[in-house]
Design a protein around this ligand. Structure first.
Ligand code: 13P
Ligand code: SF4
Length: 348
């Protein structure tokens, strides 16, 4: 008997409709088994406003909890099994630096709208809202970048330069219309020497998990699995995506696996993204198609959430009311605005 799983199940029964457990697809199977709603970051954000439960427990990284708390109804609380699980990429854009760079661009006469990847802190989302910008996820980055250009200004995309390049490629924005900002701890390095008038400015951040995939991994997979199809997450480098057969968000990759299982019986799909998800898809479609990871890639932050920590947060909720995630008042409205703009543009 798995006592942790049983104890979680007992609390879920006790709290009934007052509790909703949400989980990002990169969570491990033991945690996912307890989730009422699973999704990529867009799906999780979208579902929050439709949840009736008073308590939402979010199994994922910190920014996902913040987004849920921003979109929750009055009286609903959001709880994280592991508040220390923080997306490594979101840490690459400290708020002080983001504000400084936007100020430097404005001082230089650049009229710019920020587009912030959901993988950013609450403070960066608030800054984005303040500057008239919006949030996007990997599932809607193309739509949102097109929206940002419709504002009639230049665009700064923060903080994932790889996602920025990949989406720009899809929208036909050439390399010489983009510029990856050169930044140090004090802001833009020698702004006068940088082509800041380019249409698309990219913050120099990346996901160290997805940026690990190299073009030679794709070549190796093609040699190792002749005739295979290769799909990857757009947080991978553009040189990798250029060699793949398909690229898209977590939800796209899940659909792609189902499509291959359905239409290409006995086929092989190699997926370049976080391995918990790839292994789950391999299990789900076993016997219909073969699915392999492009390479070993576990997000150490997502992995901080365990079944034991999920139980602990649930016990806290039942016992003392639990410590919900708090959103500082000064960030609430502008950060919420940047998220709701995304939901409105993408039709909720
Ligand atoms: P999704 O938007 O595809 O869920 O991705 C979130 C993430 O952190 C990918 O590394
Ligand atoms: Fe952040 Fe990368 Fe982990 Fe996604 S995989 S949560 S982008 S560190």
């Amino acid at each position: 008997m798995n006592t942790t799983a049983d104890a979680i199940a007992a609390i879920k029964t006790k709290l009934g409709r007052d509790l909703c457990i949400m989980g990002h697809h990169y969570q491990n199977d033991a945690v996912m088994a307890h989730c009422d709603i699973s999704g990529d970051s867009l799906e999780l954000a979208r579902r929050v406003p439709r949840i009736d439960a008073a308590r939402i427990v979010l199994c994922g990284v910190y920014f996902m909890g913040e987004s849920a708390a921003l979109l929750a109804r009055e009286g609903q609380t959001v709880h994280l099994p592991e508040p220390d699980a923080d997306c490594l990429m979101s840490a690459m854009i400290p708020i002080r630096l983001a504000r400084r760079v936007l100020e430097q661009l404005a001082l230089g006469g650049r009229d710019i709208v920020p587009l912030a990847y959901a993988n950013t802190s609450l403070a960066v989302k608030a800054l984005t809202g303040e500057y008239g910008g919006a949030v996007c996820t990997s599932a809607n980055a193309e739509t949102m970048l097109a929206w940002a250009f419709q504002q009639g200004k230049g665009v700064i995309f923060m903080p994932d330069k790889n996602l920025g390049h990949n989406i720009a490629n899809r929208l036909g924005i050439s390399e010489n219309e983009r510029h990856v900002l050169r930044i140090d701890g004090r802001g833009l390095i020698e702004p006068a020497s940088q082509p800041l008038d380019r249409k698309l400015l990219l913050w120099p951040g990346a996901c160290s998990i997805h940026a690990r995939f190299r073009p030679e991994f794709v070549e190796r997979a093609r040699a190792g699995y002749p005739g295979c199809r290769i799909a990857a997450h757009p947080e991978c480098r553009q040189e990798v995506i250029a060699l793949c057969d398909a690229a898209g968000s977590t939800s796209f990759l899940i659909k792609e696996a189902a499509r291959v299982a359905e239409s290409d019986s006995g086929g092989t799909l190699v997926i370049g993204t976080e391995e918990n998800l790839v292994r789950r898809l391999a299990k789900r479609h076993r016997g219909k198609c073969s699915i392999f990871p492009l390479s070993h890639a576990i997000c150490p932050e997502m992995s901080k959430v365990t079944e034991e920590k999920l139980l602990a947060v649930l016990e806290g909720i039942v016992g003392r009311g639990g410590e919900p995630l708090e959103i500082p008042e000064n960030f609430f409205e502008p950060a919420r605005l940047s998220l709701t703009r995304m939901l409105e543009v993408c039709g909720k």
